[in-house]
Ligand binder design. Structure first.
Ligand SMILES: [Mg+2]
Length: 409
């Protein structure tokens, strides 16, 4: 189904029926894992508190009232406190840490291919300063004809139709001549209602399409409000651009895309392994469980791989035995574990004791480690069977492991 939709979009581009591609910025052209969106609200609250000489708690209440009344809190600052909203928001965005705003691998190449066929624009609920800084961080600013920011829309924000009307006037084509990428369902819903060809983007390997759908070969049902959807915006753009030029991509091209997908997941695994949390897990595995340091390293790598896969999976995904042991040692460092989950996955990854999932899960979901391994290897390639196993390896034959009577299968 997804292939068909991309093919249709490519045909419309080739025929000149779609002439412009519009992208949301944060969470669409780079990962929301970079944490920019989470920095913005505290930064607004902090600066407003300072300028109004009010405690932060009172400032938060006031900004909330202004947001409700005016749609954007800074408009309230202008109306009631004579604060220039543009200078205020630029100060806010200047204070943000952009060090984690890095491009997805292959983003520039994919966008360059698309820019040969379509005019490219960005529409953001942020200001021009933020738009310019992020595009420069991503190394793609020269590919875009323009950025529509709140200075252009007068603080009419997506998903309001007013924001898209201003975009249409700026771009100078009809809604039907635009393809629109956004990671917000609400924005995509409005864009689809007014006639844009919309693509829902999710770059955190959460649906769509779901991992289990891909793994089990179940056809993914596209959300009815979007033309199509993707969990890998670089792959999608590259695929779309190639199909405009050549409606039948070669097998080699498909394999390259697959490898890119693996690379992204593996770089996330490597980033997790560098976390302070993992240093603590290795320390406890070696000191509390007498595991050899080299094996502890493998267990932590396995844990990182498992968490990356789990974050994109809905349902029970049994952890292999050694990885579960490492997971337990991560969970007891609650602050660092929660922080890592929020930064890397945007949500807390819960651990459910085997006794509970066994009581609640139906038999069809009880596929054991075999399913976990298949899903993981289909996205990460071959894995180390010394830790991706439910067997008790020789190095586990110690009292702690022997006494553990609850098995995953
Ligand atoms: Mg976004």
């Amino acid at each position: 189904m997804r292939d068909e939709r991309i093919g249709q979009l490519a045909s419309q581009i080739a025929a000149g029926d779609i002439r412009v591609a519009v992208f949301d910025l944060d969470g669409t052209l780079y990962s929301s894992v970079a944490g920019m969106e989470r920095q913005i609200i505290p930064a607004i609250q902090s600066l407003a508190s300072e300028m109004l000489s009010l405690p932060v708690s009172e400032t938060i209440s006031l900004l909330s009232l202004y947001k409700e009344k005016y749609g954007h809190a800074v408009v309230g600052l202008r109306e009631h406190h004579n604060i220039d909203p543009y200078a205020f928001t630029e100060s806010v965005y200047r204070s943000l840490d952009t060090s984690d705003v890095v491009p997805y691998e292959g983003l520039r190449d994919a966008l360059s291919c698309l820019a040969d066929k379509l005019r490219l624009f960005v529409i953001t609920n942020s200001g021009r300063y933020h738009g310019r800084v992020v595009l420069e961080c991503l190394g793609i600013s020269d590919l875009f004809e323009g950025v529509v920011a709140f200075e252009d829309t007068g603080f009419a924000l997506k998903p309001s139709k007013q924001a898209y009307m201003i975009l249409r006037e700026r771009v100078g084509v009809s809604y039907r001549e635009m393809i629109y990428f956004d990671d917000s369902v609400r924005n995509i819903q409005t864009a689809s209602q007014i006639g844009m060809h919309s693509v829902l983007v999710s770059n955190q390997i959460v649906s769509p399409p779901l991992f289990w759908e891909m793994h089990l070969g179940i056809e993914h049902v596209e959300p009815s409000y979007a033309a199509t959807s993707t969990h890998n915006v670089v792959e999608f753009i590259g695929d779309l651009a190639r199909r405009v030029s050549n409606p039948a991509p070669s097998t080699d091209q498909d394999m390259t895309l697959c490898e890119d997908d693996h690379k992204q997941l593996k770089s996330k695994v490597a980033a997790i392994q560098r976390e302070e949390l993992c240093a603590g897990v290795i320390f406890r595995l070696t000191t509390r469980h007498n595991v050899e340091p080299s094996v502890a390293q493998k267990m932590v790598k396995g844990l990182a791989e498992y968490l990356v896969i789990l974050s994109g999976y809905e349902g029970v995904l049994h952890p292999p035995y050694p990885i579960d042991i490492a997971w337990h040692e991560a969970l007891i460092d609650t602050h660092r574990y929660a922080d890592l989950c929020n930064r890397m996955f945007g949500r807390f990854l819960h651990h459910t004791p085997p006794t509970e999932w066994r009581a609640s899960a139906d038999s069809s979901s009880d596929n054991g480690i075999g399913l976990t391994l298949n899903v993981a290897e289909s996205h990460l390639g071959a894995l180390d069977k010394e830790v991706w196993t439910d067997e008790q390896a020789p190095w586990m034959r110690r009292p702690y492991f022997v006494q553990r009577t609850v098995h995953i299968r």
